[in-house]
Design a protein around this ligand. Sequence first.
Ligand code: MF3
Ligand code: CO
Length: 256
Amino acid sequence: MVTIKSKKEIELMKEACKVVAILYEELEKIIKPGMTTWQIDEIAEQIIRQNGAIPAEKGYNVGIKGIPDYPAATCISVNDEVIHGIPSKKKIIKEGDIVSIDTVALKNGFHGDAARTFTVGKISKEAQNLIDITKQAFFEGIKYAIPGNRIGDISHAIGEFVHKNGYSVVREFQGHGIGRQMHEDPGIPNYGKAGRGIRLEPGMTLAIEPMVIQGKPNILELEDGWTIITEDGSLSAHYENTILITKNQPEILTIL
Ligand code: MF3
Ligand code: CO
């Protein structure tokens, strides 16, 4: 079900989103070569809780038999890991790595969801370009996030922009509505035909999240039941914000 949030609900939800925005500003300063993804996750959880929120990914259950509850506060996916990397004491980040962090804060009964790809020390030009294009793809997409347009208009804009730049989008995972639930309708693919899907209306809150691969779009799932990697071993980047559809341009709720 697609939910339209009232003014009051939007005020409450903005607070949840702000926590994620604060978190990423902090992490930008903290991430250094030699840290484990476990350490980053611990710090992230602290920051989320200090800001009066709960890390909603921890214990998250997708409701599919055989897939364990998600064990951490954040998903941390390094280099060829696309999404849902599980923080680990054994995973040490090093100079040149790209580190995608995706997390969801729950506050006031509402969720705020965002992802960023961070750089560790000095990275290659190719890796930086992938990160830049992934972020730009989000902004290309939300140009169409206005009432009267359809979900497919956003999807199409993201996919076209990524492909034009020589990269691939992940087809098996997508953005989503968000609110009292982490994942609400509609699904928002990162590719597709313009003019398709439901019409956008003021009060909708959406998590738009291009997941971009340097090489071929194919992905694999690791045996942990969560981690998604690129099949060809090429790099992947992720950029996500929760946005609010208004009468005019959308508001990005997870940027300060
Ligand atoms: N934050 C992810 C998203 O963008 C969901 C991660 S799944 C979880 O939809 F289990 F880690 F929560
Ligand atoms: Co999301």
